[in-house]
Design a protein around this ligand. Sequence first.
Ligand code: ATP
Ligand code: MG
Length: 450
Amino acid sequence: MTRTVPQIKVPADVERVVGKLAAAGYEAYVVGGCVRDALRGVDPHDWDVTTNATPDAIQKVFRRALYLNHFGTVVVREGDHEVEVTTYRIEADYADHRHPTSVAFTDSLHEDLSRRDFTMNAMAWRPATGDRPGELVDPFGGQKDLEAGVVRAVGEPRERFQEDALRMLRAVRFATLLDFTIDPRTEDAIRVSAPLAKTLSGERIQQEMVKILSAPRPSAAFRKMSDLGLLAVIFPELEIAKTIPQDKAVAQDVFEHSIATCDATPPDDLVLRLAGLLHDIGKPATFADGHFHQHEFVGEAKAREILRRWRFDKETIAQVTHLIRNHMFWYQTEWTGSAVRRFVRKVGLENIPALFALRRADNIGSGARSPRMYALEALWERVQEEIRTASAFSLRDLAIDGTDVMQALGIPQWPEVGRILSELFELVTDDPTLNTRERLLELTREVGRR
Ligand code: ATP
Ligand code: MG
């Protein structure tokens, strides 16, 4: 079969990096993910260059190289681009199924390509120079696999996953984001090697999770990971949810409900994606009574544990767990204005949009019919009304502050001032018309006398 000779448009800055190495007498190619993406017709987010020049030689060619990392990669700035230039290498000794304990340089491009994970990631492109046309180096059939939509390990799949267990997650990630299938032999090798995933660091799992969660429908990845035995190893809390019936509008288990909810959150909002995925993670442990009693609190704790294990930052963990803790609210039309305001106070005004987005996704994820949706939108309207009438939702929103209280009563500092402000806040929550400077100073004197 003949294949059209591909043409890859490399940015001029990157071409200059390759050109400078060539002018100094070295081989140089763009390589890896950028070649894959360019062939797919997608703009690569970064361009990597591989060369037979040693790190020292690379630095001589680029006197203004930004830095050299401990694996010998030189980062070069050219125009708007930062290009990673790496010497051809083979990685040796994967003692821990994670990181090569040493790298050895080689002068063979083919050897460099053969240590890469998947055929579509093991291609190199030499941009055209003068009258010499561009050239694709594709020893493992990456172009063919890319066209067929297949993720296939380079070489012997089992060995490749033995070397680095992360490749198993990468396979699932690429399949999900590109909507590809994983080659059956590669899949079989993952099934056999899945237990090795327990050696992976939380940071590396996090990186893959974040990318998986940016897919339009991450559910495909979680089903695949479960099918291949990876989920039980790195995310057993979700694997177990397969045995727990959800008992909502449609027959569904907690696993399917969780990933369907995740799918229904916006792809560019990591906090909501994580909250959707984890919002019911407390259900398996609270199933005994058949009612998932307090699963939001158990889920909050479990989610924190999982996200810490994956080394997520404090802020992300705080936001996700806050949403999970608060996700079980039930609105009734009888709620008074004060009840609506207390709800907003508890959740925090700044978290309201995310909490509603989570609940909408939760409803979609459980195939809920319209009445539940209707109640949610009705509450949303009432919250908006409270916001429009400028109610106070936190101490900061009161028309006076601690200094005013101290001056009005001639008293020093906390905790007395704090007690008074809290009482004023309660009064204003019940009756927002009290939230004027004049009324609050009057009330301060009354409350202060008690
Ligand atoms: P992304 O779009 O996420 O950047 P990528 O394929 O470019 O995808 P990188 O992590 O940037 O992924 O790695 C660049 C290249 O290095 C890959 O295309 C692949 O050739 C190689 N590579 C990366 N990680 C591994 C690994 N764990 N095992 C083997 N080769 C890898
Ligand atoms: Mg990349």
